[in-house]
Design a binder for this molecule. Structure first.
Ligand SMILES: Cc1cc2nc3c(=O)[nH]c(=O)nc-3n(C[C@H](O)[C@H](O)[C@H](O)COP(=O)(O)OP(=O)(O)OC[C@H]3O[C@@H](n4cnc5c(N)ncnc54)[C@H](O)[C@@H]3O)c2cc1C
Length: 460
């Protein structure tokens, strides 16, 4: 419960219509795509960095938990106000401050959606590489705070490689600026990278300088079908071992293909055990050479067929099928466990073999798809929450899966982050001394621990 004094102070700082306290309004800010939900005590809708500073200072003074929210599309519970208090939504901070094609940058407020950024950049022949499947509705602030990425990361990198600088407000209410507007700099610690992926636990982002890249004039999509997952995984490693980097390299296993078969056309072969979607981009002079070398690398004994999409319609059909997979899996298993494990590309064949073995051993149906070019797989455990024995087996299976990923030099999350759902597993990956160092950093940025409490790595 918030005190009447604090509510009055917030109202004075923001105006009446930027403070929500009615239960019906609070409900929309209580959950994210993890489906975990808890009602906040109030929601604030700042329109400027100055208002963010005022909110943080008041929360600090009254020791009230403050959870920043972009669009609530995160899958880990990171935007859920797990200790109630106040949710700060960035939905009214969505201006494009400037676009400078010659400097290849765009400066934006955090509440703008990823898609709005892409549209504005495209008008100048540019794009911003992070392209999560949720781009139509997720915010750039959320992308940065989660370390998000999408299919293009294989060639163009994730958020980590594509932010030049940030403005943010720490837990004390101090405004800070990190990085520069240049692609080179060498003065001081890299606070930009520290804030990327910090899930709103260190500071609230109020402005971001995005690194833009020019769009390549030609793009071609290839579809490679394999007898089994092992052959497809071996092809991914071979493709990444040669110099022509695909602009996207997506993987789907047999269980995933079964769900979207009708979306892939009437001639889709029933014997296909796995599929790769391989996008290649470049100039009209270079693209044929890249296609040729990638085709050679993709060819192995398990290849059933490799074809180039013949029309834009076919390309869009493939991407639509790929993007619909996660919601489709949720239809058949509403409480599915959706992991986003990542390993070095050369270890994908070993990971796939281990997943098959774990599925058999624990009798859990598992469907895999994802950004294979980065070694990042969305491993979906299709569980029935009404079957307690199966749930128990799934838990053991999950922990064994994470152990395997770490033994293969990978990470338990490639892009979804820790939030609430990965909290129990952080210590598997990050050693105690490193967790303590992270907790010390948190203490410096947010001495009273008001920013998104209960999230991020913990001491001990
Ligand atoms: C259908 C679907 C497809 C998806 N596909 C992908 C994908 O391909 N790749 C991928 O990486 N993710 C994907 N996601 C997950 C999600 O969309 C991304 O993590 C996205 O970046 C979250 O953005 P958001 O604005 O919804 O953030 P939210 O969910 O609102 O917040 C996420 C985290 O960021 C923090 N945060 C938000 N804004 C700020 C700010 N201004 N300052 C400080 N902290 C802030 C929040 O506190 C929270 O910790 C998908 C989700 C869905 C539902």
């Amino acid at each position: 419960m918030l005190s009447a004094k604090l509510l009055k102070q917030l109202q004075a700082a923001l105006g009446k219509e930027a403070l929500l306290t009615q239960q019906a309004d609070l409900l929309s800010y209580s959950y994210d795509n993890s489906r975990i939900s808890l009602l906040p005590d109030a929601v604030v809708l700042p329109s400027s960095p100055a208002q963010v500073v005022e909110i943080v200072k008041l929360c600090n003074q009254h020791r009230i938990p403050l959870t920043t929210r972009g669009r609530g599309s995160g899958t880990s519970g990171a935007a859920v106000p797990s200790q109630q208090g106040i949710v700060l939504s960035t939905e009214r901070m969505r201006r494009i401050i400037k676009i400078e094609p010659d400097n290849r940058l765009m400066v934006v407020e955090p509440g703008i959606t990823n898609q709005e950024v892409q549209q504005a950049a495209a008008e100048h022949g540019f794009f911003w590489p992070p392209d999560p499947g949720s781009s139509a509705f997720c915010s750039v602030g959320g992308n940065i705070a989660c370390g998000s990425a999408g299919p293009r990361a294989v060639k163009y990198g994730t958020v980590r490689e594509n932010i030049l600088g940030l403005k943010a407000v720490t837990g004390n209410g101090d405004s800070i600026r990190t990085g520069t507007e240049t692609t080179k700099w060498a003065v001081g610690y890299d606070l930009t990278r520290l804030l990327i992926g910090s899930e709103g636990t260190l500071a609230i982002l109020t402005e971001a300088t995005l690194k833009l890249l020019p769009k390549q004039p030609s793009t071609v999509m290839m579809r490679a079908l394999y007898q089994d997952m092992q052959s497809a995984a071996a092809a991914v490693a071979a493709i990444m071992a040669q110099p022509a980097t695909p602009a996207a390299l997506e993987f789907m296993d047999h269980a995933s293909l079964k769900l979207i078969r009708h979306q892939l056309g009437s001639h889709f072969p029933a014997e296909a055990g796995a599929m790769l979607m391989i996008e290649v981009d470049g100039t009209s002079q270079s693209i044929d050479g890249s296609i040729h070398t990638i085709q050679q690398a993709a060819t192995n004994a398990g290849l059933i067929g490799l074809s180039l999409a013949e029309s834009q319609k076919e390309v869009e059909q493939l991407w639509r099928a790929r993007k619909i997979l996660s919601p489709r899996l949720r239809e058949i298993a509403p409480k599915k466990i959706n992991e986003d494990i990542v390993v070095p590309v050369s270890n994908i064949p070993a990971l796939i073999a281990a997943i098959q073995q774990l599925a058999e051993e624990h009798q859990i149906q598992i469907a895999n798809f994802g950004h294979a070019g980065n070694g990042n797989l969305h491993t979906n455990l299709l569980i029935n929450p009404d079957d307690p024995q199966q749930m128990q087996r799934a838990e053991v299976c999950l922990e064994a899966l994470f152990q395997t990923v770490l033994e293969l030099n990978g990470s338990i999350s490639g892009e979804h982050g820790i939030g609430l759902v990965k909290q129990p597993y952080v210590a598997l990956e990050i050693a105690e001394n490193e967790r303590n160092l992270m907790a010390d950093i948190k203490q410096v940025f947010d001495p009273k621990g008001i920013l998104n409490p209960g999230k991020g790595p913990r001491r001990g």
